[in-house]
Design a binder for this molecule. Structure first.
Ligand SMILES: [Fe+2]
Length: 223
């Protein structure tokens, strides 16, 4: 459904995923999405390590015309359980894949590195054949809401990049609300321990340093 989309960032892919892994910026950063879900929007990290964020617009009185139009035009989908007919659910799979389930379609996207301080977020939407004109209308409103969310995230990512590159930036202090970021970074440190070093290893030595760190960790845990 719709054309595949792509955003290019002048930023490390991990930083893009960090911003994408927490939802406390939704009330300020995404006025449309917040109008849709309000305070029902929640982030969770499941035991399996999979991240889940979701928000409901059941009985919600939207204020903005776009969100109002989406809610009003969306027809019922009988194949969905009643509990999922008003939910937007985002599943985050390590390291950088997100599957979003809307009542009217699904979206799959991934974030991947393309070079030093370069990354891409790209995805596509899929929908079941549905001849109802109101479903087509709802899907178009959905895309508009989500394109706004995307543009807003691009801006947030740029601001974060400027902050991280400024001389005032020392290190990250995570709040309890950033459990998604914490889970993502912990997993990275587990698999690629070299990312936990304060300074990058000398050029050409990254793989060897990483293997050495894995070996040392295995020795400690075996002892
Ligand atoms: Fe966002």
């Amino acid at each position: 459904y719709d054309e595949p989309w792509r955003w290019d960032f002048d930023l490390d892919w991990k930083s893009v995923i960090d911003i994408d892994s927490e939802g406390y910026h939704v009330p300020i950063g995404h006025p449309g999405l917040f109008d849709l879900c309000g305070s029902s929007y929640k982030d969770e990290v499941l035991e399996s390590g999979i991240g889940r964020s979701y928000g409901s617009f059941k009985d919600r009185k939207a204020k903005t015309p776009l969100v109002k139009n989406y809610i009003e035009s969306l027809p019922e989908s009988n194949y969905l359980p009643a509990s999922h007919r008003h939910l937007w659910i985002y599943w985050g799979l390590f390291p950088g894949i997100v599957i979003t389930l809307f009542p009217d379609m699904i979206e799959v996207y991934q974030v991947y590195p393309t070079g030093y301080q370069k990354s891409v977020m790209a995805g596509s939407c899929y929908a079941l054949p549905d001849a109802r004109p109101e479903m087509e209308t709802a899907r178009q409103y959905n895309r508009e809401i989500n394109m706004d969310v995307g543009d807003e995230d691009v801006q947030l990512v740029k601001w974060a990049a400027e902050g991280q590159r400024s001389s005032a930036f020392e290190e990250v202090l995570l709040s309890d609300l950033e459990l998604g970021i914490c889970a993502f970074q912990n997993r990275l440190r587990e698999i690629i321990p070299v990312v936990s070093l304060d300074r990058a290893p000398e050029t050409g030595s990254l793989k060897a340093v990483n293997q050495k760190m894995i070996k040392k960790r295995n020795l400690i845990s075996a002892a």
